[in-house]
Structures are given as structure tokens and as C-alpha cells.
Write a protein that binds this ligand. Structure first.
Ligand code: ZN
Length: 123
């Protein structure tokens, strides 16, 4: 269970909040100029970060205000909560680059494990 500090109401249980997806997705300046693919990418393509991730939340059973949160998607640690419209705080440090492709030790196995059952002796 997360304890989320609403900027207006203070610490509250996560059940009072709703997740709003990735933060800092700018609406296209001229949507009519976009191709169908570009529009679809704007609507549906989001990062799937392992580590610190900027996301939107709304305090739906409280003040009903939206805010941004920097949260670690692995440990669920909340690094920062900041207002809508503010730039993402700098988070260089303990987790390296956000969205890095490096795998942590103990990360899901690679194709070598998946290839094992296909060998003729294993069956
Ligand atoms: Zn609130």
C-alpha cells in the first residue's frame, strides 16, 4: 500500500487516488497535420520504464486535483511530487539514467533459457 502525499491534502492512502498514465505528454500543436500513425503514437505509445518514472495522479476522493509524481516502478518508492506544468525534477543518481536498457542482476532471463526446451534431448 502506498502512502501518497497530495500537494493539497497531505498524506493519504493510495485508494483515494487514481493513476493517470505517463506525465509530460504534450498535446500536438497541430493535430490535423499528423498522419494516422503519428496520431496513434501520440494516443497510445508510452514508455515502459524500469526505474524512475514520471506519472500523473489525481486525488479523486479528496481535492480532485491532478499532480505529477516521480515513482520507482521497481521499488514503488516515491521520489518527488510536483505540480502539473512543472518540469520533471532532475533524478540523476542512484538509478542512473531513467529508462535505461540495462538489466539489473536477477532480471528476467534472456533467450538462452527459452532456447533450452527446444533442444532435442530435453523432452
Ligand atoms: Zn488532495
Amino acid at each position: 500500500m502506498l502512502l501518497i502525499s497530495c500537494p493539497n491534502c497531505g498524506p493519504r492512502d493510495e485508494t483515494e487516488f487514481h493513476y493517470g498514465g505517463q506525465a509530460h505528454i504534450a498535446y500536438p500543436e497541430n493535430p490535423n497535420d499528423l498522419t494516422d500513425r503519428e496520431w496513434a503514437e501520440y494516443l497510445f505509445y508510452r514508455e515502459n520504464t524500469k526505474g524512475t518514472f514520471a506519472e500523473r495522479w489525481v486525488h479523486s476522493t479528496g481535492c480532485r486535483q491532478w499532480f505529477n509524481m516521480l515513482r520507482d516502478t521497481v521499488s514503488y518508492d516515491i521520489h518527488s511530487i510536483y505540480a502539473m506544468g512543472q518540469p520533471r525534477p532532475d533524478t540523476t543518481g542512484e538509478y542512473g539514467q531513467a529508462g535505461g536498457a540495462g538489466l539489473a542482476p536477477g532480471a528476467p532471463t534472456t533467450s538462452t533459457a527459452a532456447a533450452a526446451p527446444t533442444s532435442s534431448e530435453g523432452v
